[in-house]
Design a protein around this ligand. Structure first.
Ligand SMILES: Nc1nc2c(c(=O)[nH]1)N[C@H]1C(S)=C(S)[C@@H](COP(=O)(O)OP(=O)(O)OC[C@H]3O[C@@H](n4cnc5c(N)ncnc54)[C@H](O)[C@@H]3O)O[C@H]1N2
Ligand code: MOO
Length: 642
């Protein structure tokens, strides 16, 4: 079979327009009549008229006496009027029908009883005072709801009150989801053991099904199909023969030799769009067959999310007579320059938080395979196709993925990564459910520069000054002149050598890095760990030129650990948590101080106050201690102020 080549990719808006105009979505959805009591969340298919009025009788709206207003005229504070009970006045409770001849109610608080069978009043009642008249709320035959109204809780109760016991609603859009790929393993089969190389846990179908359900549709996940044209075609034909309105193939959308989605859709119907100038989501396929929509979403989770978000969600909305969902936006400044590929609109997932006057956007992982870039995202920066990227500090529009008030409750942290920061975020949320910690791991120095640029509330830093052997202070003095800050110690942290299980090379100390048979994986220049390593090497008189792998750099502790595990290196310098995560051995070689650098400006900000509270909590201290590799005794102390 010929490979798919996207000779002409279509801009996003044009592709959406083409897809949305290719079908009559309301007609495709069709309607059904269901009991009103089960109609919550459903959408009216046509105008609904009331059958009953409400109230259906004149009802007392207060507890008291029912009267004919005329009988009360003349009653005043000075000239009270006495009425005869059971003839001129009748006791009623709220909701009771008014006795014949009555047209007003006087509240019990305003009624005196001078004697048996008598009621004294000191003010006249006006006609229909404290009475709910027939039809006051609903009049029979009035329009309750027009077309395409989504029924909420009050709507359902109102319909029943108006005597509408069955209602005609649009059918829930039914979407058949077919995962494809020979490499897929059902997630249920991965309980005991993580699938080996080449096998991928099939999770997209659940992801897409949840998105469909959230959008008011009804997902049906069909069996996964291997990469075989006939098998995929049979699966799509089968799905088209059901009452599903839309069929969604997942994966096999791209140009691989085994990517059949586009061929299958073309064979059964028509491919309207294949290839969109968007990233992630480029290979999305939009088509139709047998009067139904058929979509091929890319295999990477974020790509398939973009495909859902941009094409399927608006189509599901259209099938429910609704406008396409719109996200709120905010002007945000990128925390650093964000280059982007010309000719593609990029959906960049970002952390968002207000720091001082501005909302800061810090980018998350960009890969389309990184589902955590969605789980962690507060928003999206959409970098237009005709832009080569966004400039640091220049405001751009960001779409919010969460509630707006989250911006005010997000503590923005930039700097070196440490697992205790994740734990800190967890404790913050438990302290105050509104709070949220967003942490960008760009290295210690980047954190300090972000403070300088007003782009974070605090930075995590562990920078050794090789001249003095002192941590952090000299860097702050050098880079944060004129920015008053406090340096609060998080913990003393062990740095050690990460080696493969069993330590095959018999590495015991830093001096082993000079061995001919040992390959190092290093950290990037400017990172605290790199500074520490260089400092120790210098002390030992070990020349980096004599260390194999010294030039091989990674950006995080975890990336170093991965290199060691994968065999790209024999050893790396890192923290215990990284070794533990990948089952590596850890040989402690030194201790360093990890501090939080907090500008005075934010010291009393509610987010920072909460953070200080967490640092003072014995429970947090205990949990960090239990992680291993930390000395928590100096936690929360102010190491320096300036
Ligand atoms: N030579 C080219 N290669 C690729 C191109 C291209 O233009 N030329 N496009 C790239 C882009 S962009 C994307 S996006 C991907 C999408 O490709 P496919 O839709 O064909 O998806 P697969 O290659 O089959 O899978 C990608 C990835 O996703 C995993 N996957 C698939 N299904 C599931 C599932 N149900 N649950 C979880 N994960 C799933 C799959 O194992 C792969 O790792 O193509 C690029 N390549
Ligand atoms: O465009 Mo693909 O969708 O980068 O990941």
């Amino acid at each position: 079979m010929k490979r798919n080549v996207y000779l002409k990719m279509m801009p996003l808006d044009q592709a959406r327009e083409k897809f949305l105009s290719c079908l009559d979505w309301i007609a495709l959805a069709g309607s059904e009549t269901i009991p009103t009591s089960e109609a919550l969340g459903r959408v009216t298919a046509k105008v609904v008229l009331a059958r009953y009025s409400s109230p259906s009788y004149h009802a007392a709206a207060m507890d008291g006496i029912a009267v004919n207003a005329q009988d009360t005229y003349g009653a005043t504070q000075e000239h009270p009027l006495t009425l005869e009970l059971e003839r001129q006045a009748f006791w009623v409770n709220t909701g009771n029908p008014l006795p014949a001849g009555c047209n007003a109610v006087i509240m019990v608080e305003q009624v005196h009883q001078p004697g048996e069978g008598l009621a004294e009043i000191r003010a006249a009642a006006f006609p229909w005072q404290h009475v709910r008249r027939v039809g006051e709320d609903i009049v029979s035959q009035e329009l309750m709801f027009g077309h395409h109204h989504r029924l909420g809780p009050a709507d359902v109760a109102a319909l029943l009150t108006s005597g509408v016991f069955e209602v005609e609603v649009l059918r829930r859009p039914k979407v058949a989801i077919i995962p494809t790929g020979f490499e897929l393993v059902d997630w249920r089969e991965a309980r005991e053991k993580q699938p080996g190389p080449g096998a991928i846990m099939e999770t997209n179908s659940l992801f897409l099904a949840s998105l469909v359900a959230q959008a008011g549709g009804e997902p049906v996940v069909l069996d996964k199909v291997t990469d075989d044209f006939e098998a995929i075609k049979a699966a799509v034909e089968g799905a088209l023969a059901t009452d599903a309105h839309m069929v969604m193939l997942n994966a096999g959308a791209s140009a691989g030799s085994k990517d059949y989605s586009a061929h299958v859709i073309a064979d059964l119907g028509e491919v309207l769009v294949h290839g969109i100038t968007v990233i992630p989501g480029k290979p999305s396929i939009l088509g139709r067959a047998q009067g139904k929509a058929v979509v091929g979403s890319p295999g990477y989770p974020v790509s398939s999310w973009v495909c859902f978000d941009q094409f399927i969600a608006p189509a599901l909305a259209a099938m429910q007579g609704q406008a396409a969902p719109q996200r709120e936006t905010v002007q945000a400044v990128p925390a650093r320059r964000l280059p982007s590929k010309l000719g593609r609109e990029e959906f960049l997932r970002v952390h968002l938080g207000r720091v001082g006057e501005q909302v800061v956007a810090t980018p998350l992982k960009r890969g389309a395979g990184a589902i955590t870039s969605l789980t962690r995202a507060d928003g999206l920066l959409r970098i237009p196709a005709d832009s080569e990227g966004l400039e640091e500090g220049v405001p751009a529009e960001a779409e919010l993925l969460g509630p707006r008030d989250r911006l005010e409750n997000t503590l923005v942290v930039v700097g070196s990564h440490d697992v205790t920061l994740d734990l800190l975020g967890d404790h913050l949320k438990r302290l105050d459910p509104r709070l949220h910690l967003s942490s960008s791991h760009l290295g210690s120095l980047a954190g300090i520069m972000a403070i300088k640029g007003g782009r974070c509330h605090l930075g995590g830093t562990h920078l050794l000054d090789p001249e003095t052997g002192e941590y952090n202070v000299s860097y702050l003095q050098r880079y944060l002149k004129g920015v008053p800050v406090r340096l609060v110690t998080l913990a003393m942290r062990q740095q050690g050598l990460l080696v493969k299980p069993g330590n095959p090379k018999g590495i015991t100390a830093l001096a082993d890095l000079g061995r001919e048979d040992v390959v190092l994986v290093n950290r990037q220049a400017g990172s605290g760990t790199r500074v520490l390593l260089d400092y120790e090497l210098k002390k030992m008189g070990l020349d980096p030129a004599n260390i194999r792998g010294y030039d091989q750099e990674e950006y995080t502790h975890m990336a170093v650990a991965v290199q060691v595990l994968a065999g790209g290196a024999d050893v790396g310098l890192g923290i215990l948590a990284a070794a533990k995560a990948l089952g590596l051995e850890f040989i402690p070689v030194m201790e360093e101080r990890y501090d939080l650098c907090i500008p005075q400006e934010y010291w009393d900000d509610h987010r920072v106050v909460a953070l200080r509270q967490v640092l003072a909590s014995p429970e947090f201290r205990r949990q960090v201690d239990a992680l291993g590799g930390y000395d928590v005794s100096p936690m929360g102390t102010i190491a320096w102020e300036g």
